[in-house]
Ligand binder design. Structure first.
Ligand code: SAM
Length: 284
């Protein structure tokens, strides 16, 4: 696929590129193949694609997978892919905002024969919302290969004491193993986005070793402790939860954590452990 072919398809179907839907079409076949290769797609795997657009990635996915179910928000793109794949019985096109989808209901209805993975070149304006929705709502999806803005990929894979490490890093790394697999330059897309991109391979952990006692509390704790990066962990806890100085000092000291430490210096395991201790203390 090259820029002329993309333009030809746009003209043929009389559709326009819509910035507000994050439309940047991937033109590089090499990257499309790499994305599929690292996802280990076989005829015994079903794929969910979010935002198929003109269907370039879909084309390769449908060859390799058992079935592909796509969610597309733009009716013009739906028109294109419905037409392109009208003879492909293994492509299911859903004209829907993915953020409103009932993912597991759809999986039970259409993709109930094989394991389900997500492979997508995401709309960047809602990358985080999509990832969190999948984490929170789907019990079936166990792997995602997703293209996103490089900056977000760095955050998801960020390690403690780096500028990229934040609550999203902790949330993702609590549930999954994330690997920045491919860096992709802006020139691989039409139109070119004004940021660099990266493909992240996200695999759910078979077993979470240091489990949160309450996932709901852990998620809140994780948001609160990173709420103000310049503040110390202790101050974030005080302003976010209103915990007493005494309680905070007790728990931090028992865990050999300095009272002046910033949250970004803590590992995911340390954050989960602290969340559990504060959770138990506030229940008393
Ligand atoms: N998959 C195509 C490719 O690789 O060339 C297009 C990727 S483009 C970055 C993102 C796609 O997501 C667009 O087709 C856009 O219309 C679609 N999209 C944007 N917001 C969406 C949403 N909330 N739900 C479903 N699709 C959405």
């Amino acid at each position: 696929m090259n820029i002329n072919e993309v333009k030809q398809i746009l003209t043929k179907y009389n559709v326009s590129v819509k910035k507000q839907f994050g439309q940047n079409f991937l033109m590089d076949n090499n990257i499309v193949n790499k994305i599929c290769d690292i996802s280990n797609i076989t005829k015994e795997v079903n794929v969910i694609e979010i935002g198929p657009g003109l269907g370039f990635l879909t084309e390769e996915l449908k060859k390799r997978a058992n079935k592909v179910m796509c969610y597309e928000i733009d009716s013009e793109m739906v028109k294109v892919i419905t037409n392109r794949f009208e003879n492909d019985t293994n492509v299911i096109v859903k004209f829907q905002d993915f953020l409103k989808a009932k993912i597991d209901n759809d999986i039970e209805k259409y993709l109930n024969d094989y394991p389900v993975i997500v492979v997508a070149n995401l709309p960047y304006y809602i990358t985080t919302a999509i990832l969190i929705k999948i984490l929170e709502e789907s019990k079936y999806i166990k792997q995602m290969t997703v293209m996103m803005q490089l900056e977000v990929a760095d955050r998801i894979c960020g390690k403690p004491s780096t500028k990229d490490y934040n609550s999203l890093s902790v949330l993702m790394q609590y549930y999954t193993d994330c690997k920045l697999a491919i860096k992709v330059g802006a020139g691989c897309f039409y139109p070119e986005p004004n940021v660099d991109s990266a493909v992240v391979l996200i695999k759910y952990k078979d077993e979470i070793k240091n489990q949160a006692l309450s996932e709901e509390y852990f998620k809140k704790f994780n948001r609160v402790v990173f709420a103000q990066r310049r503040k110390t962990l202790a101050n974030n806890l005080k302003s976010g939860f209103g915990y007493s100085k005494e309680l905070i000092e007790n728990i931090l000291t028992n865990n050999q954590i300095s009272l002046t430490i910033r949250t970004e210096a803590l590992s995911v395991e340390q954050i989960v452990k602290l969340a559990n201790e504060f959770y138990l203390a506030q229940k008393k």
